[in-house]
Design a protein around this ligand. Structure first.
Ligand code: FAD
Length: 517
């Protein structure tokens, strides 16, 4: 806005003193850029006194390397009556170069006049600033180059969780895992897996190193990443935070692809697992056979006990000398001794150490172990694992037996002569703090009346009575319950049988109850 009348007439001397003593280097030239005035700060900055430069062109300061186009632009603006601001490489009187940030303003003889009579030049030495910004740009470029060639996925997240820096390996993950922001999925799963430990580490800025996460990919081998998270603090760069001391917390996520070595380990582990599983199954079969025998024996012994009580009542006082009572007592004792012998012969249950179990991994192992069963029965398998699944605390060998049993049950149900549709579906998901698994088959299903009965020990829908039938679902439910989980038949499913399993994650496994005599 143009001022028509100054509110106060300031003395000329005051203007003179103000410009003379200004901390900014000032030069006034005529319209041909010949210097007519310089202040003290100009002399301090350039080394030239007024006597040295009055009457000389401002080009006296030029280092003679500034491109012509810069001067052309400067002069084009001044000729049009406009200010110009830019950076020039200048030389001091002693020959040292410096970078000047120069603002030139045309000065007219009176307000409203269009032709300039003089030019006012204000110089600032910005050499230090320039060097710092070059250094910053260099470091930024260096960091970006290092991050971009790093053979691991890198993502830097700001305090709002927004990814503000990543690299090509991270971008590859976005495509490969079909995730919009893999960092969010990884951090969520680490938080789930580590519980409070994650927040404690974040609060203490303690890095979390080498957490191995498995990513399922439908129709392809799973991928394994070793994930590390580090936290650090920085001053916020937002202008409105200029006077604030608070620092922003950044998260650095590094993901190293370890799929190669994991697949090798898995192949080795599978052979070992097969061996352990058959050992476990043998143990389980013996346990079931002996429990079955005890169960069968208990009936007649109960009958003998009842007959003994009856005979005792019948003969009354002469019971001690009654030969039948004597024979019955002997038979009952012999039976009870036999039961005790059988009970003592039941082998103790084999169990692996309790630890984090990933159901995706466990089910995939079982599916691989059962490949031949599927081929022999002509069953097609549809395996839909959740992309990432939190771990549950559990006994991996017991859970492996559960899934093997449920899968075998499903295959057996469909593997009857003439049965056409033979599809097995397995899926996992994580929701509401629980890990869920589903096993569906297209077999004949389980009638509604038997939905609870099938979980009873020694109950079987098959009449062939080979071995200890009817223990599979009962044992499975027992193992699932020990993991604070649930195993149920989906009553809504009508195309066969659908079993739903669900487990809480991050729950320690309760102690196994002592074997019930
Ligand atoms: P020149 O031959 O002087 O000019 C180069 C280009 O500028 C040519 O294209 C020419 O046509 C054009 N040009 C030159 N003079 C005029 C004019 N009067 N009107 C229109 N176009 C013209 N230069 C520095 O290097 N460092 C400084 O710190 C600096 N401070 C300045 C402060 C003020 C107030 C002004 C007005 C100019 C300043 N200059 C400065 C510019 C300087 O006057 C020279 O134009 C410049 O240094 C180039 O000089 P030269 O001898 O290499 O080329």
């Amino acid at each position: 806005m143009a001022c028509t009348a100054p509110p106060l007439q300031l003395a000329e001397a005051l203007f003179q003193n103000a410009v003379d003593q200004s901390a900014i280097a000032i030069a006034i030239t005529d319209t041909a850029a010949r210097i007519v005035y310089v202040n003290r700060a100009f002399t301090t900055m350039t080394g030239y006194s007024a006597d040295d430069v009055i009457g000389r062109n401002q080009s006296v300061l030029s280092y003679k390397t500034t491109p012509k186009a810069v001067y052309q632009e400067l002069w084009a603006n001044l000729s049009a009556g406009r200010d110009w601001t830019g950076r020039l490489l200048n030389r001091r009187k002693d020959g040292t170069p410096y970078i000047a940030e120069l603002t030139v303003t045309p000065v007219t003889s009176a307000a409203g006049e269009s032709d300039a009579t003089h030019f006012l030049g204000m110089h600032r030495d910005v050499t230090k600033e320039y060097k710092q910004s070059c250094l910053l740009a260099y470091h930024k470029q260096l960091i970006e180059s290092v991050v971009s060639v790093a053979p691991m996925a890198v993502a830097l997240l700001d305090s709002e969780g927004k990814v503000i820096l990543d690299n090509p390996a991270y971008q590859y993950l976005v495509k490969d895992l079909k995730l919009k922001e893999p960092a969010h999925a990884v951090l969520a799963i680490l938080r789930d897996n580590l519980g409070e430990g994650f927040d404690v580490a974040a609060a203490r800025r303690r890095p979390l190193l080498n957490n191995e996460l498995r990513f399922e990919r439908t129709g392809a081998e799973p991928r394994w990443y070793s994930c590390s998270v580090a936290w650090f603090e920085e001053h916020p760069t937002a202008i409105d935070a200029f006077h604030q001391n608070a620092k922003s917390v950044y998260q650095l996520l590094l993901m190293h692809d370890i799929s190669g070595s994991k697949h090798q380990q898995e192949a080795l582990g599978l052979a070992l697992m097969r061996e352990r599983l058959s050992e476990n199954e043998y143990n389980q079969t013996v346990r079931e056979a002996l429990s079955g025998a005890i169960f069968q024996l208990q009936g007649p012994i109960n009958l003998i006990a009842a007959a003994t009580r009856l005979q005792r009542r019948r003969v009354g006082a002469t019971a001690a000398s009654d030969p039948l009572v004597h024979a019955l007592v002997e038979a009952q004792d012999a039976g009870e001794r036999a039961i005790a012998t059988l009970q003592a012969a039941i082998p103790t249950e084999l169990s692996a150490p309790v630890g984090p179990v990933n159901l995706n991994e466990l089910i995939r192992d079982v599916l691989m172990l059962e490949t031949e069963t599927f081929l022999a029965a002509g069953v097609t398998v549809d395996w839909c694992p959740a992309l990432i699944l939190p771990s549950l605390q559990g006994d991996p060998s017991a859970l492996r037996i559960v899934f093997r049993q449920l899968i075998r049950n499903a295959v057996e149900a469909m593997n009857t002569s003439g049965w056409r549709e033979r599809n097995l579906y397995l899926g996992t998901s994580a929701r509401g703090g629980r890990i869920e698994a589903e096993i569906s088959d297209t077999g004949p299903g389980i009638p509604e009346t038997l939905r609870f009965k099938v979980f009873e020990p020694f109950f079987s829908t098959k009449n062939d009575c080979k071995g200890a039938r009817g223990m599979g679902l009962s044992v499975a439910q027992d193992v699932v319950s020990r993991h604070r989980g649930m195993l149920e038949i989906d009553p809504e499913y009508t195309n066969g049988c659908r079993l739903r399993l669900s487990f809480p994650h991050n729950h320690p496994l309760p102690k196994k109850p002592e074997a019930v005599e």
